[in-house]
Design a protein. Structure first.
Length: 91
């Protein structure tokens, strides 16, 4: 038994005339339902690993700035700083 006024989703995600979704059926029965999309679920990150990787990245950036601030490669530090700004605003 299908409801002609309710849209049915196709494989591409578009709605077509046809069946009633499970959520609509539960709403008609006055059941409170919280939908969760498993495809968009994010696995929690270990805070210790997150801290260690973040600290390592910051230390590498500081090392790069100190290395590029050498007088013979001073122009590379300017090039690096300009590149950082371009990438930050280019996104």
């Amino acid at each position: 038994m299908s409801n002609k006024t309710s849209p049915k989703r196709t494989a591409a995600g578009r709605k077509t005339a046809g069946a009633v979704s499970k959520l609509e059926v539960k709403k008609k029965k006055n059941i409170v339902v919280e939908e969760k999309d498993d495809d968009l679920a994010v696995k929690p990150v270990n805070p210790y690993i997150d801290f260690i990787l973040g600290l390592t990245f910051i230390l590498l950036c500081i090392y790069l700035v100190l290395t590029l601030s050498n007088k013979s490669t001073y122009y590379m530090l300017g090039f690096f700083m300009i590149s950082l700004v371009v990438v930050a605003f280019g996104k």
